[in-house]
Write a protein that binds this ligand. Structure first.
Ligand code: LER
Ligand code: MN
Length: 269
């Protein structure tokens, strides 16, 4: 199992980015605990020096399996489904601006909350049409560089658009881009899927990335999810990507990272 954990390159409000703050020190700790990669949450690629970042990550022997983009929504309000055309265009442009780093590192670009939350006065169908249009543009730009995009079904408490695997697979069909797949997150799945394992199997080879957190969004092993069964279902699809920790820094970031990896590494798969 290739394991990573979410790390924000800059201060961020999103609570489940386990690590924020001193990037170099955090990368060293993540490597020392035995993780194979660091999933980077980057608000704006213009804020990072890509060669320096890649050097810092590889200096401690880590990979960058995925780049999270949601802070552009959380901190700046960019969204694929905003009624303001300029905001939608800026969200697409921001997504495309992650492509060079993704191409260099082999990272998948994550579309989570950058899809937006449907605003009052916007119909659900209109929002879906805007979402499909934005994803087609982003996928076309990414495809030219061999980069993949993963759309994450997110639970009803965070967005009204694409809450579950059925919605996600339907959206993939509509977008029709072979470099687009899904990011499944066990925290959201525990809220939205009837049977987590069956939903995973239904995705087959369309799973491009995988987030783990336990039922209460703490580290795996702290709640009531059956990770042996969930990960068995994941690998039965032929998945070869990363299992990436995205959980609350509870009781604190370091303890959660150590306990999370020791629990996951003990699972016999
Ligand atoms: C991001 O990966 C995620 O899971 C969402 O909860 C973002 O708010
Ligand atoms: Mn997630």
């Amino acid at each position: 199992m290739k394991l990573s954990i979410v790390l924000s390159t800059h201060a961020a409000q999103f609570q489940a980015a386990t690590f924020k703050g001193d990037l170099r020190a955090n990368l060293a700790k993540i490597a020392a605990w035995g993780y194979d990669g660091a999933e980077l949450a980057i608000r704006d690629p213009r804020l990072v020096d890509a060669p320096e970042l890649i050097a810092m990550v590889s200096a401690v022997g880590l990979e960058i399996p995925a780049i999270g983009t949601g802070q552009a929504w959380g901190e700046e309000g960019l969204s694929f489904t905003d009624p303001d055309q300029a905001i939608r265009a800026a969200a697409v442009e921001r997504t495309i601006s992650h492509v060079p780093l993704a191409a260099q590192t082999g990272a998948v670009i994550i579309i989570g909350l950058l899809r937006g939350i449907v605003k009052p006065g916007v119909g659900q169908q209109q929002a879906l049409d805007w979402l499909v249009d934005a994803l087609r543009q982003a996928c076309a730009a990414a495809r030219a560089h061999g980069v993949r995009i993963a759309l994450e079904p997110i639970c009803r408490y965070e967005t009204t658009l694409i809450n579950n695997v059925v919605d996600g697979l339907e959206l993939l069909d509509r977008v029709g881009a072979e470099n687009m797949g899904l990011l499944l997150d066990t925290f959201h799945m525990n809220i939205e899927e009837p049977v987590i394992e069956e939903s995973i199997r239904a995705c087959g080879d369309r799973i491009f990335h995988f987030h783990v957190a336990d039922s209460q969004r703490w580290y795996p092993g702290s709640g009531h999810l059956d990770f042996a069964s969930i990960l068995e279902a994941l690998y039965s699809t032929g998945y070869e990507g990363y299992v990436s920790g995205e959980w609350l820094p509870k009781p604190d970031a370091d303890t959660s990272a150590e306990r999370g990896i020791s629990f996951l590494r003990r699972l016999v798969l």
